[in-house]
Each structure stands twice: as structure tokens, then as C-alpha cells.
Write a protein that binds this ligand. Structure first.
Ligand SMILES: Cc1cc2nc3c(=O)[nH]c(=O)nc-3n(C[C@H](O)[C@H](O)[C@H](O)COP(=O)(O)O)c2cc1C
Length: 177
């Protein structure tokens, strides 16, 4: 089994969660490649990972747009993601996602009104034929640029370990079909 984790991050919190999720996958000996979205190639059929994990910050209750990324860069010129975001990457993935096992996460403010980039990513991927191995997950930030709540990194590592187990079970079920 292999995993590819693609993330977008402006202020660094989603990047930190991505590394923690990858550490959780690695705890269960899943070889994982972590890639900032601007550097991530869309996996072709031949290079498909067993599990694709996609994460992004929540902007305006969903995925970032060129405008919201510009707003973030206006506040923080050293943004981690410098170009296109997950929204544009998913546009390219359509047509390559059928049958792909996926998991999705975001960072967001606490509360029901925060919205969720992960739900948007999950919807787009399932519409393209992918299968979610676990429900979308959110990791909580204390403000736009002020970082994660304490314990979110440990929660992310633990989610990564669960992901490894669910993805392995999904792969085994597919083999017996
Ligand atoms: C333009 C903009 C809009 C945002 N809108 C939301 C929102 O609707 N809901 C929310 O929970 N967080 C919102 N946020 C806060 C982001 O969730 C937060 O900046 C992000 O989780 C931090 O992740 P990063 O450090 O990886 O960029 C917004 C941030 C920006 C810059």
C-alpha cells in the first residue's frame, strides 16, 4: 500500500497537520509522499497511490479561491502555497479519480458556522467516482493566522493511523470482490 498526501496551506497550519497525518500513516508502515499542491502532479492511472489524502484550509466556508488566497497573501507574504490551490488541482483530477480511495481533511475555526473545505473536497471527489474511506475531518485553528488548538497535531497523527487501518480494510475488501 502507498499513500499520496496533497495539501494547500497559507499560514502553515494545514501543512503541519499534513505532516502529522503522514506520521500517523507511517506509524503503520504505509509509505507516504507529502506534496504541497502546487508541486503535486495529478496521479495518472499507472502511478496511482492506494490512498489519496487531500487537505486544505477552509476559506469562506469552503475551498479557497484565487481571491481568498490573495487576501491571505496580503496578510502573510511568506505563504506556504504560492500558486494554485486544491480547487484548481481537483479540476485537473476529474477523469482520473474513478475508483480511487481517498480521505479528506481541512483546518477551520471552531463552530458550526465555520464551514468545511473538507466537505467540499469530499463532494467533488465522490462526484468524480472516488470512494471516501473515512468521513471528512476538520482540525481546529484558533484564528485566521494564529495556529492550531493544542492537541490538534496529536489528533491528526491518530487520524492518520486510523486512516491506514481503514484504507487497508478497503483494499482487502476490493481484492475479495
Ligand atoms: C480569506 C479567508 C477566509 C476564511 N474563511 C474562513 C471560513 O469561512 N471558515 C473558517 O473556519 N475559517 C476561515 N478562515 C480561516 C482559515 O480556516 C485559516 O486561515 C486556516 O485554517 C489556516 O490554515 P493555513 O495555516 O494552512 O492557511 C479564512 C481565512 C482566510 C484567509
Amino acid at each position: 500500500m502507498t499513500a499520496l498526501l496533497v495539501f494547500e496551506s497559507m499560514y502553515g497550519s494545514t501543512a503541519a497537520i499534513a505532516e502529522a497525518v503522514a506520521a500517523g500513516l507511517a506509524d503503520l508502515r504505509i509509505p507516504v509522499t507529502v506534496c504541497e499542491v502546487g508541486l503535486a502532479e495529478v496521479p495518472s492511472f499507472a502511478t496511482r497511490p492506494s490512498l489519496l489524502v487531500v487537505g486544505a484550509p477552509t476559506h469562506q466556508r469552503g475551498l479557497s479561491t484565487p481571491r481568498t488566497r490573495d487576501m491571505a497573501r496580503g496578510e502573510f507574504a511568506q505563504s506556504v502555497s504560492r500558486g494554485d490551490g486544491v480547487r484548481e488541482w481537483l479540476d485537473q483530477l476529474v477523469g482520473h479519480a474513478s475508483g480511487q480511495s481517498v480521505a479528506v481533511f481541512d483546518t477551520a475555526l471552531a463552530g458550526r458556522l465555520a464551514g468545511s473545505a473538507a466537505h467540499t473536497i469530499g463532494k467533488r471527489l465522490t462526484r468524480a467516482g472516488a470512494t471516501l474511506v473515512m468521513p471528512p475531518e476538520s482540525f481546529v485553528v484558533t484564528g485566521r493566522s494564529s495556529g492550531l488548538l493544542p492537541d490538534e497535531l496529536e489528533k491528526a497523527r491518530s487520524w492518520g493511523r486510523s486512516l491506514a487501518l481503514f484504507a487497508a480494510a478497503a483494499a482487502a475488501a476490493q481484492r475479495t470482490r
